[in-house]
Design a protein around this ligand. Structure first.
Ligand code: SAH
Length: 334
């Protein structure tokens, strides 16, 4: 619950709303998991809370540690519903990112992504999103500096819970993470982007572009049928104009699919038309007979993009040996 929702709940129980602040601090600062631990609350009130409320948690199922320091946790959120969350420390920058899931499986089936192979089993509730951070921080014994909604699922298909949980992470009384340290990513659900713009959400925003050609994009990302590239790019431009900030494009590099010279030239055109930066991600899985790009291919493609003058980032995609990198979250090995 947000503090506001908690205050309403506490008032309904006939208590003073300042108790809500104490509970909020107990949950997020002290990380209590049981009402008996809330020693600032009177015993009678703790008993009432036990009757009327529950502190729920997701259950750790598997924990894998990569040789590069990445850690992947598989959690059961409910019976038969499994998600994955990834802890990604980047030593040199002191950046510790947690990549969280927003859905159990995904309704999209992007051709390159392992999550798309799973059956969709539902949206995560706010507590199931927030508890991924609480659990991972407890397991690794550290706190994150950044959160990305880039795990399993399409965040814009679970809009309300994703945005509510992002606000909880942003709240000075909880994690106090700056809005620029929280990134929400979409495969291109334009109605979600429009809502985000309308509500002037402060968080970082990324679009998984992945192909600059409208015809070919449809063949690898089914979502493009519903929200074609042109419409998606228009909403990206609206984003930058209305919110006055840059948007991020993510681009998976797949040799033979989207790394040719003509692809680069088309992409440069797009990059020039939007206030953006681009994140290049080498393909991690070889699900469809596609292969990963080699260093030369990545350098050549990157060089071709330089004329766009937009910042080009190389996503390192750590955690490949534990199937913990981008597009590998399938809660099974394959
Ligand atoms: N559904 C949202 C959130 C998931 S983010 C979205 O698509 O943006 C996951 C990121 O990993 C996306 O940018 C996606 O394009 C990328 N990705 C998916 N499969 C991948 C793969 N096999 N190799 C590298 N990146 C991949």
């Amino acid at each position: 619950m947000s503090l506001h929702a908690l205050e309403t709940f506490i008032k309904e129980l006939g208590e003073n709303s300042y108790r809500a602040k104490q509970i909020y601090a107990g949950l997020y600062k002290d990380r209590f998991t049981n009402f008996d631990e809330f020693s600032t609350l009177p015993k009678t009130f703790r008993e009432l809370l036990k009757e009327k409320a529950e502190i729920l948690s997701i259950k750790l199922d598997k924990h894998l540690i990569s040789k590069d320091g990445t850690q992947k946790m598989t959690f059961a959120v409910e019976e038969g519903k499994v998600i994955e969350t990834v802890w990604i420390p980047t030593g040199d920058e002191e950046r510790k990112t947690i990549c969280i899931s927003s859905q159990v499986g995904c309704t999209l089936s992007c051709a390159f992504c392992a999550t798309g192979l799973l059956d969709f089993k539902g949206n995560l509730k706010v507590w199931q999103i927030v508890d991924q951070i609480l659990q991972v921080e407890k397991i690794v014994g550290d706190r994150c500096t950044n959160i990305v909604f880039m795990g399993m699922g399409e965040p814009m298909h679970n809009y309300d819970s994703v945005i509510q949980s992002a606000h909880i992470f942003h709240d000075p009384q909880t994690w106090n993470l700056g809005a620029k340290r929280i990134t929400i990513s979409t495969a291109g659900v334009v109605t979600g982007i429009e809502r985000f713009i309308k509500n002037k959400e402060p968080f970082n925003f990324a679009i998984s572009l992945n192909h600059p050609n409208p015809v070919t994009r449809k063949t690898i990302m089914g979502i493009d049928e519903k929200y074609p590239l042109e419409v998606l790019l228009k909403s990206a431009r609206d984003f930058t104009k209305t919110l006055g900030r840059r948007i991020t494009f993510e681009y998976i590099m797949i040799p033979g699919v989207n790394m040719g010279k003509e692809n680069a030239l088309k992409l440069v055109k797009i990059l020039r038309s939007v206030n953006c930066k681009i994140n290049l991600i080498p393909l991690n899985t070889e699900l469809h007979g596609w292969r990963k790009p080699n260093e030369d291919e990545i350098d050549t493609f990157r060089e071709l993009l330089k004329s766009s003058k937009v910042p080009i980032l190389n996503r390192r995609s750590p955690g490949k040996d534990i199937n913990g990198a981008c597009g590998m979250l399938a809660a099974v090995s394959y």
